[in-house]
Write a protein that binds this ligand. Structure first.
Ligand code: ADE
Ligand code: ZN
Length: 326
């Protein structure tokens, strides 16, 4: 068995993937044409999928998201996303989506969830893959808009809506203003996670832990700049969803080498889980993220074993479901 075959066959969890970031170029072109939406100027849609930093990426992510309008559009992108996860031997997927991007286009929360749920059902039937939905609160839009989104999530009473995230531009948008929203979400039984320490500083990681009550951090690479916080996260057992391909663009460490924060985090004993974030938009998929960990950053089979177990533990499955996977 070669290392690549081992990595391919390894049963995986995908816990950090954005539905809209998984829109295939051909699908973006189809949906834009069908819905009369103009994408940014391009020759091939693939040409849009190149960026220098998080801001440039989010502009394209938003423009492509604007082409998703009907419930059937959501069904299609969900099905295609899960098809790729299944092809990479992901057995279980918790995926973000960005409702607030679509509200401005007149799409209702119910339309989105109807379509997404149908795509999840179809993918379960065709690929036996289980998945759950995690709406992301857009930190650029302020806590009041996020509270309205939380109202919709709670009103929908869909069991597969299992948590919330916090995403979009990190730099001038710290976590603390979202403390009340996250407290309300937790009290309502939702799981919580937050993007932090990706393009923003280590204090966004400690702020997310302290103000938002998260034990999961999306990205978190800046933890390596603060040794005290690093030890604290180790003691707390904080779980980090790391995403190599996006990390190389959206955070200051552009080279995926054995010095990269992702490998430093693993070597220090932080609990990391390997994920793909926005796979086609960064020319990757879940399997390739594992290969990059091995071939570029020097992950060993023992590192993968630990990450696999931490991904089961760090998922939001219930305890009996976790036990059946470990
Ligand atoms: N939305 C999609 N991908 C993202 C990322 N890597 N950081 C913040 N927001 C995102
Ligand atoms: Zn993300």
């Amino acid at each position: 068995l070669t290392l690549r075959e081992f990595l391919h066959r390894l049963p995986k969890m995908e816990l950090h993937l954005h539905l809209e970031g998984a829109i295939l170029p051909a699908t973006a072109a189809d949906l834009a044409r069908k819905n009369g939406v103009t994408l940014p100027p391009h020759e091939q849609v693939e040409d849009l999928y190149h960026y220098q930093d998080l801001k440039e990426f989010l502009d394209i992510y938003t423009a492509v998201s604007d082409s998703v309008i009907t419930a059937d559009d959501y069904r299609r992108i969900t099905y295609e996303m899960l098809e790729s996860c299944a092809a990479n031997n992901a057995r279980y997927v918790e995926f973000f989506f960005s409702p607030q991007v679509h509200f401005k286009n007149g799409v209702t929360f119910d339309t989105m969830i109807d379509g997404i749920a149908a795509g999840m059902d179809d993918a379960k039937a065709d690929f036996s893959i289980d998945s759950r939905i995690v709406p992301g609160v857009n930190r650029e839009l302020g806590p009041a808009a996020g509270e309205e989104l939380l109202d919709m999530i709670l009103a929908r009473k869909e069991e597969r809506l299992i948590g919330i995230g916090l995403d979009f531009l990190e730099a001038p948008f710290p976590p603390e203003p979202y403390a009340n929203l996250f407290e309300r979400a937790r009290k309502a039984g939702l799981n919580v996670t937050a993007h932090a320490g990706e393009s923003g500083p280590a204090v966004h990681i400690s702020g997310s832990i302290d103000a938002l009550g998260v034990n999961r951090i999306d990205h978190g690479y800046h933890v390596v700049t603060d040794p005290v916080l690093m030890q604290r996260c180790k003691d707390l057992g904080t779980l980090f969803t790391v995403c190599p391909s996006t990390a190389a663009v959206t955070s200051p460490w552009h080279d995926l080498t054995p010095d990269h924060p992702i490998k430093q985090m693993a070597d220090f004993g932080l609990r990391i889980m390997i994920n793909s974030d926005d796979p086609p938009m960064f020319g990757t998929d879940l399997g390739l993220e594992y290969i990059k960990c091995a071939e570029l950053m020097g992950f060993t089979p023992a590192d993968f074993r630990r990450a696999a177990l931490d991904s089961i533990d760090g998922s939001w499955l219930d305890d009996s479901e976790k036990a059946s996977l470990s």
